[in-house]
Design a protein around this ligand. Structure first.
Ligand code: SF4
Ligand code: SF4
Length: 286
């Protein structure tokens, strides 16, 4: 646990600035993510130095196909998330903190960097859950990593606030950002977030010169219409037609066990539409 940096005091409460929810948190309460807590008028990051998941992964698994290909990335995540996606593949770590459960292996930023180097990784990925919620831990690790010649990768839902993006962006080399849908309704109903903030993060990251790739999980009946694929592909192309788009196949998960696996036909339709506008379209999980 460590005092957070991205917050401000408002009367006897604290306003967290780490993501676009900007939770106003009363004494002894946590924000939506469950990992940032008001203790005696100061905001603390409960998962600082507490890693719930740690692996050496191929960078392609992030997925990043156009950044340090055929290398491995030392990958870490904590518990907690600022979203509550009904289709979350990592719900066992991302949602537990909302019930007050915090766990993880105690590890310092310098130990993470040492492990990454020892395992011959070329980068560190902050992934599995949402890195914006443990942004101070990300930053301390990323600064050390950069000094040792490692790259830093964020795998994110993109719901950064401007403050948190500015706080971390100088240390970030690549991002995979989920673009889960092109509908505000979808974000509100199935994730508990807002599309607008995600689109802003994508634009900011591109403007900052960070390598970005985007991922859409295609869920039957929810975001698999031609119209939606067109909207996503056109939006990406309006920023740059060189941004890779990963189209990922859905498998029943968490609160969406009643949905079928994405038909290959839908994946191919998305691919065709993507290729009308974009140079790099990749199908995943097929
Ligand atoms: S990271 Fe986001 S969800 Fe968590 S407390 Fe801060 S503003 Fe709220
Ligand atoms: S943003 Fe990612 S980690 Fe968080 S709930 Fe959604 S799918 Fe899970």
């Amino acid at each position: 646990m460590r005092e957070a940096e991205l917050y401000k005091k408002e009367k006897n409460k604290v306003r967290c600035l780490a993501c676009s929810h900007k939770c106003l948190i009363s004494k002894d309460k946590t924000g939506i993510c469950g990992v940032r807590k008001n203790i005696d008028g100061k905001l603390f990051l409960l998962v600082y130095g507490k890693v719930a998941s740690m692996n050496v992964d191929p960078i392609e698994k992030k997925p990043l196909y156009h950044f340090l290909p055929r290398t491995t990335s030392f990958s870490i995540g904590t518990v907690g998330c600022n979203f509550k996606c009904d289709f979350c593949q990592n719900y066992d770590i991302s949602q537990v903190s909302k019930q007050g459960i915090i766990f993880g292996k105690e590890i310092k930023p310098e130990e993470i960097v040492e492990k990454a180097i020892k395992n011959r990784c070329k980068s560190i990925s902050y992934t599995y859950n949402e890195p914006a919620i443990f942004i101070e831990f990300v930053k301390d690790t990323a600064i050390l990593a950069k000094k040792r010649g490692l790259k830093n990768v964020l795998v994110t839902n993109g719901f950064f606030s401007k403050e948190s993006f500015d706080y971390i962006s100088n240390y970030v080399d690549a991002m995979n950002i989920d673009l889960k849908s092109f509908s505000e309704d979808f974000y509100r109903k199935y994730c508990g977030g807002r599309l607008k903030s995600v689109l802003e993060t994508i634009k900011r990251a591109h403007e900052k010169g960070i390598h970005i790739e985007l991922t859409t999980l295609v869920i039957p009946g929810l975001n698999d219409s031609d119209k939606e694929f067109e909207k996503i592909a056109r939006f990406i192309a309006s920023i740059s037609d060189s941004i890779p788009w990963h189209i990922s196949r859905f498998f029943p998960m968490y609160r969406m066990l009643n949905k079928p696996i994405t038909p290959i036909e839908s994946m191919n339709r998305a691919y065709k539409i993507g290729k009308k506008y974009l140079k790099y379209v990749h199908l995943g999980n097929i």
